[in-house]
Design a protein around this ligand. Structure first.
Ligand code: RI2
Length: 325
C-alpha cells in the first residue's frame, strides 16, 4: 500500500477550512460545498493514471470528511459522488465525477423545494413559527407557505453561542415576515404565542431521534409541555445510514472561545490558572417522543417510522466507505 497521502487541491483545502471554521455551515450547504470541492479536485487533477486519480479523489474526500463529525449530509454527499466515479481512463473518471457532483447538487436543491412544499401544508394562514438556529430546510417550508399566500409570523431564537438565529431573522425579514427575536432563555415564555416549533436537522437516527443545534432538545421538551407541535424539516440527505446498525452520532465539541472570549475568561477566572472548564457542544439529541413530524422531500413521517424510509433508501448497504483504500 502506498503510504504517501496524495495532495489535495487548494480549493478542497480551503473548502475544508471554511467548513471547519463554519464560514460554510448548515448541513445542506456543507454537502453542496463538499460535492463542489470534489468536482474541482477532479477537474484540476493532473493524475497520470486512473489509480492515481482515484487515490486523489479518496484523499480529497477524507480531508473534507474530517472537518466536522455530526452532520451526516457531509459523508452522504461524499459517498454519492465517489460511488458515481466510474470509467477506465482518467478522462472518463473525471467526467463521471463532474456529472455526478452536478446531479447531486441539482437533486439537493430539488429536494429542498419539494420538502418546502410538503412542510408548508402544515402551516396555516396566520400561524406563528418558533425557530432555532438557521436551517435552509426549515426556511424552505416558510418560503413555500408565503408563496401559497399565507401570512406567517416568526419568533426567532438567537441561538447561542454563534447566534445563527440572526441569519434566520435576516432571511425572514427579506421575505417581509414579521419577526420577534428572543434570547434563548426567553423561549419558554414565548411558546404560548407559537403554533409550531420549526427546526432543521444535522442528522436523523434510525429510531427517529433528531440531532440538531444545541438547545433543540430543551425547546422540544418545553414545546411538548406547552402543547406546541414540533416539526423537523430534514431532507433525506440528513438520514444517518450508520444508525441502522447501532452506531451513534458523534456530537461535535467546538472551541471554548466561541463561548467565552479570552477577556471574559480571565475576568471570571482571575489569576487562577486552569480553574474554569468551558464545554461547547454544537448539537444535542431530541428523542423521537418530543417530535411530531419529520418533513422530508418524500413526505411527512412520524419519527418512529422514519426507519422504513431509511430501509427503502439505504437497503442493506454494507461494505467499506468509498474513501477508504
Ligand atoms: P440546513 C446547522 O448546523 C443547524 O443545526 C441547522 O438546523 C442544520 O445545520 C441544518 O441546516 P451548523 O452547521 O441543512 O450551523 O437545513 O452547526 O440548512
Amino acid at each position: 500500500m502506498d503510504q504517501t497521502e496524495p495532495d489535495v487541491h487548494a480549493t478542497v483545502a480551503s473548502v475544508a477550512d471554511d467548513i471547519a471554521e463554519m464560514e460554510i455551515r448548515g448541513a445542506a450547504t456543507i454537502a453542496d460545498a463538499a460535492a463542489g470541492a470534489l468536482d474541482e479536485q477532479a477537474a484540476e487533477s493532473d493524475a497520470g493514471d486512473p489509480e492515481a486519480f482515484r487515490a486523489e479523489m479518496r484523499a480529497a474526500a477524507r480531508h473534507l470528511r474530517e472537518t466536522r463529525p455530526t452532520a451526516v449530509s457531509l459523508p452522504n454527499a461524499l459517498r454519492y459522488v465517489l460511488r458515481g466515479m466510474v470509467g477506465d481512463g482518467v478522462a472518463d473518471l473525471r467526467q463521471s465525477v463532474e456529472t455526478t457532483a452536478a446531479e447531486f447538487r441539482r437533486e439537493l436543491d430539488q429536494a429542498q423545494d419539494n420538502l418546502g412544499r410538503i412542510g408548508a401544508n402544515r402551516l396555516r394562514d396566520g400561524d406563528t413559527v418558533m425557530t432555532h438556529c438557521h436551517s435552509t430546510d426549515a426556511l424552505s417550508c416558510v418560503e413555500a407557505a408565503l408563496d401559497q399566500g399565507k401570512e406567517i409570523r416568526a419568533i426567532v431564537k438567537e441561538t447561542r453561542p454563534r447566534k445563527q438565529g440572526h441569519i434566520t431573522a435576516r432571511q425572514l425579514r427579506e421575505w417581509d415576515v414579521p419577526v420577534t427575536l428572543v434570547v434563548d432563555n426567553a423561549a419558554r415564555r414565548y411558546l404560548d404565542d407559537a403554533d409550531h416549533v420549526l427546526v432543521g436537522a444535522d442528522s436523523i437516527a434510525a429510531d427517529g431521534s433528531v440531532v440538531n443545534k444545541i438547545g433543540t432538545s430543551g425547546l422540544a421538551v418545553n414545546a411538548r409541555e406547552r402543547g406546541v407541535p414540533v416539526m423537523v424539516a430534514a431532507q433525506t440527505l440528513k438520514l444517518h445510514p450508520d444508525t441502522m446498525t447501532g452506531h451513534t452520532v458523534e456530537i461535535e465539541m467546538r472551541d471554548e472561545r466561541e463561548v467565552l472570549s479570552a477577556d471574559e475568561e480571565s475576568e471570571i477566572d482571575g489569576d487562577a490558572a486552569g480553574g474554569l472548564t468551558v464545554e461547547n457542544p454544537a448539537f444535542d439529541v431530541t428523542p423521537p417522543r418530543y417530535v411530531d413530524a419529520i418533513v422530508t422531500e418524500r413526505g411527512q413521517f412520524p419519527p418512529e417510522s422514519i426507519v422504513t424510509l431509511m430501509r427503502e433508501l439505504f437497503g442493506d448497504q454494507q461494505g467499506g466507505e468509498p474513501w477508504e483504500e
